[in-house]
Design a protein around this ligand. Structure first.
Ligand SMILES: *[C@@H]1O[C@H](CO)[C@@H](O)[C@H](O)[C@H]1NC(C)=O
Length: 349
């Protein structure tokens, strides 16, 4: 990066503002006994009945390691796997519940898609037949009833087809109001004409008053969801740049926005942050993009993975630590969408 950008990025990271105070969910008043299941176990499979979403649906749940009888409200992450993946595989791939990466005190849920896919894939049934948005709504409602969750800190994470669903949830009038930030890797955002049954889907997106901070990471050589969208094998998708532009618009980033661009990770990533909307300078990194040079389709991580064939091998950094740092700084109802917890980022820029 140029020295100027370097200075700007450093300045960004030195700014901080407080997260909103916790907003305890109903589950905080009526906590489950901590031994309901072994919270130190990796994740526990649970079910919920959602008739409009195909009946009995399953998800994995991981509680923070030290759940007490009177827990402090936890941030909640809903993490949506990619197509042809299980929730278990996604938990292994992301390491979101690993102590080395885990968002402090977080509860993490990994919902399972029927036939390992989600609404928004060209081959998934129409929303009227299997409504994964209804599944997410019901799951969120149940989790905040059952567990002690900070309603100001509910986050969405998704990969590929699960990244597409994350976008749909961030656009859903009911769910978007409850979400503090979202992070997507290799997001599959299909144009409506690529979808057989479920339309319109990605063509419409509800607005909310506050910005919804959004991070997207995408490989420049992604063979499954092409960066330019046009030649994506299973049907045209939104070009990543167009999609980012839509989120900037939605988040009030037009006009006096600042854009910070710089290379990180030894030049393997071009990171762009847009500061947008509210406040004199605008909230920091409301829309963030990682353009990963030469990377394919997969989860950036130093570990070798099952999908290395289309991921194009291991990389020298871990997406999960960047995602967790991004989410950790966001809350609903804060003074702005900025936050603390960035100290560790400085040496990476
Ligand atoms: C990536 O995560 C692994 C643990 O899976 C860790 O050993 C490694 O140091 C991390 N690398 C970086 C660059 O953070």
């Amino acid at each position: 990066m140029t020295p100027l950008n370097s200075v700007l990025l450093t300045t960004t990271l030195l700014l901080s503002s407080a997260l909103a105070l916790p907003n305890p969910s109903p589950g905080c008043a009526n906590p489950k006994p901590p031994n309901t299941f072994d919270p130190s176990g990796p994740t526990t499979p649970l079910t919920i009945s959602v008739p409009s979403a195909g009946g009995l649906r399953t998800y994995l749940l991981s509680l923070p390691p030290h759940t007490s009888p009177s827990p402090s409200p936890s941030p909640l992450i809903l993490a949506f796997h990619g197509k042809d993946q299980t929730a278990t595989q996604f938990s292994t791939q992301t390491q979101l519940t690993d102590p080395a990466f885990r968002l402090e005190n977080s509860i993490v849920a990994f919902p399972q898609g029927i036939h390992e896919q989600w609404l928004g894939d060209p081959t998934s049934p129409p929303r009227g037949d299997r409504d994964d948005i209804a599944f997410a709504r019901a799951l969120l409602a149940e989790l905040v009833e059952q567990w002690c969750i900070d309603l100001n800190r509910v986050y969405l994470v998704g990969f590929s087809n699960g990244g597409g669903l994350t976008h749909l949830l961030a656009c859903d009038p009911e769910i978007s109001e409850q979400v503090a930030a979202a992070a997507i890797v290799s997001g599959a955002f299909y144009k409506d004409h690529s979808l057989k049954g479920s339309k319109p889907l990605f063509g419409v997106c509800g607005k909310r008053d506050a910005a919804l901070p959004m991070l997207e990471m995408h490989g420049s050589a992604d063979p499954v969801i092409h960066y330019d969208g046009k030649s994506t094998p299973d049907g045209e998708t939104y070009p990543v740049e167009e999609w980012l532009g839509e989120w900037r618009k939605r988040n009030g980033c037009e006009g006096a926005q600042s854009e910070l661009k710089g290379d990180i990770r030894d030049g393997s990533v071009q990171k762009t942050e847009w500061w947008c909307g509210k406040g004199k300078e605008g909230a920091k990194d409301v829309v963030v993009h990682y353009y990963i040079r030469g990377f394919g389709h997969g989860w950036p991580s130093t570990r070798s993975q099952e999908d290395d064939g289309q991921r194009y091998g291991p990389v020298a950094w871990n997406a999960t630590s960047d995602i967790v740092r991004f989410l950790a700084a966001k809350s609903l109802g804060g003074e702005d969408e900025g936050g603390e917890g960035e100290a560790g980022a400085r040496d990476e820029l």
